[in-house]
Write a protein that binds this ligand. Structure first.
Ligand code: HGY
Ligand code: MN
Ligand code: MN
Ligand code: MN
Length: 424
């Protein structure tokens, strides 16, 4: 790794690694104290983080606004506003008990790039926008990437009517954070030339190969499904086994089927395939009541959409069979969201590779198994990402960690690419 010992920021613009780092740590400290690090989208804690970010954007000289899709956007006018916008960003919301870098490092990188350009007196021809996308993580409303869907025209009425367990609709939550669900088309952009996102790898490749930079070649497609089983709540002591309608028995065998089908598909060498059941809800959820209802949410990811089709068909069959075997009804088999795999922009990838090389950084191309706002942004502009190593590949957990120099190296690569793009 080129990072050992030497100071990484050899770019011809000063990039203040310490200032970038202190922003990341300060934002990480805005968390539910009981569950570090948690800043769930739409919560007051999230809004606390948002107002801290908006202040930092303003201090950096950015004009700041919330668009109707709830995205926080800071802007520096370019010398020639007729040229498209160059955007850099990510998300400031977290998963429950998540880490300090997932998303946050990318937003802080954009902020530091804006300050570095200001401090050096460099003025881009293109306008520069730093974006904190709303609700990138799957929210309590069951939807991820709310803000980047809104900016790219992929947030529809069905999604806006999704409700969280307390009954609030996504459209009302959007209004609460400064968006405007009645004027969503206003968030759609056709003036963005390119979007660049820095993110921790959330995997082990860079660290295990002592690499500094991952140039992200593609981003997996993600399909999320909700399956509900309805049986009958009964007394756990007096109801004979053969007379039960136990919804959890059907759900449990469906969860095993998810893993079995995924392993089969992934083994065929037709593309990367993983599937997870991360949510399982049992009602009424008491030790002495046979479960009457069970809900599972399936998260399936692949680089090859044909595999998703096969996965869903097989799961449809197996979940129906599991319901019949447990004498319960499969009352829902619903697609919550379905995003295709995305190839990142070749021209941007070349700029990122050149920047990493010029900075003397060890790099590789890398596919992303995680979903990102950059996948949606590819629907409206040229879009690409840079990964930086994180310790043991850990993410979506409080142990998530990245070295200060590693983040600064990634930010310097993005800064170089922004300058090259501006001159191209
Ligand atoms: O779930 C994901 O892939 C991302 O971390 N939101
Ligand atoms: Mn995440
Ligand atoms: Mn993320
Ligand atoms: Mn508003």
């Amino acid at each position: 790794s080129a990072l050992t010992g030497g100071s990484v920021t050899k770019s011809n613009l000063p990039l203040d690694a310490g200032r970038l780092w202190s922003d990341i740590m300060a934002l990480a400290d805005i968390t539910d104290p009981a569950r570090p690090y948690t800043r769930r989208s739409f919560t007051t804690r999230f809004l606390e983080g948002r107002s801290w970010l908006a202040r930092r954007f303003a201090e950096a000289g950015l004009t700041t606004r919330i668009d109707t899709a709830g995205n926080l956007i800071g802007r520096v006018e370019g010398r020639n506003p007729a040229l498209g916008v160059i955007a850099v960003g990510s998300h400031s919301d977290t998963v429950p008990s998540g880490g300090r870098f997932d998303g946050i490092a990318g937003v802080a990188t954009g902020l530091e790039i804006a300050r570095a350009l200001r401090d050096s007196g460099a003025r881009l021809d293109h306008s520069l926008e730093i974006i904190d996308f709303l609700a990138e993580e799957p929210s309590e409303y069951g939807l991820s990437c709310v803000g980047s869907r809104g900016m790219t025209g992929s947030l529809d009425d069905r999604m806006l009517d999704l409700v969280e367990p307390g009954g609030e609709k996504l459209r009302d939550a959007l209004r609460r954070v400064g968006g405007d669900p009645d004027r969503l088309p206003g968030a759609r952009r056709s003036d963005i030339l390119a979007f660049l996102e820095l993110h921790i790898e959330q995997g082990i490749v860079l660290e295990s190969q002592s690499l500094d930079i991952g140039v992200v070649s593609s981003i997996v497609g993600i399909r999320r499904l909700e399956i509900i089983f309805d049986g009958e709540a009964d007394h756990a002591g007096t109801t004979p086994l053969q007379l039960r309608h136990d919804a959890l028995v059907a759900a449990a065998s469906t969860v095993s089927a998810v893993r079995r089908i995924a392993e089969q598909l992934d083994s065929e060498g037709l593309g990367y395939f993983v599937a997870t059941v991360g949510i399982l809800g049992v009602e009424p959820s008491a030790s002495n009541i046979v479960p009457g209802r069970c809900t599972i949410v399936v998260d399936a990811r692949t680089t090859n959409p044909a595999l998703t089709k096969r996965f869903v068909a097989a799961l449809d069959h197996e979940s129906e069979a599991a319901a019949t075997a447990a004498r319960v009804r499969r009352s829902a088999f619903t697609t919550l969201s379905d995003g295709p795999p995305v190839a990142c922009d070749q021209g941007l990838l070349a700029l990122l590779r050149d920047a990493a090389r010029d900075l003397g950084l060890a790099q590789t191309d890398l596919p992303s198994g995680a979903g990102h706002d950059a996948a949606f942004m590819s629907r409206i502009c040229r879009s690409a990402m840079v990964f930086v190593p994180c310790r043991a590949g850990k993410s979506h957990a409080p142990e998530e960690w990245a070295d200060q120099d590693a983040v600064a190296a990634g930010a310097a690569v993005i800064l170089q690419a922004v300058k090259a793009l501006d001159q191209s």
